[in-house]
Design a protein around this ligand. Sequence first.
Ligand code: 4NP
Length: 157
Amino acid sequence: MKRVLFVCLGNICRSPAAEGVLRQLVQKAGLSSEIEIGSAGTIGFHEGKLPDARMRAAAGRRGYTLDSRARHFTARFFADYDLIVTMDASNQANVFALAPDDASRAKVRAFCSFCRSHGETEVPDPYYGGPEGFDHVLDLLEDGCAGLLDELRGAKS
Ligand code: 4NP
């Protein structure tokens, strides 16, 4: 079992969408019993909420159902997950600041390091932008989640 956690700021846009995209890829690959997926945000402000309606709509148009509830990332998540995937550099700095040891720090990767078709280094925060921002996020997430799944499968065999 591999446990993957996506982390953004609010846990209502980027990381729950990444969770939904990877979950569907994992289900299609028949690996649901081997890969556990979660998400969290470095601020607790939206805790308990469903993903942002704009992100749910954009994801829904691509066939993804986003129904997770926002969680606040805390140091205990380092023990609960094997791989912690951050959406941007600020999220990564916030996660590193909570890491209790080197083993925890070694679990952290930038989401865009898994992308193969996109050259960006961060998944941009779509919260204050227009509707096209949500589609751009989903383009990046589909690219990176495919790369991430391939890496997990490679690591498994
Ligand atoms: P996310 O987007 O980090 O992709 O979930 C945001 C959601 C909420 C806020 C900022 C970014 N906010 O400031 O409340």
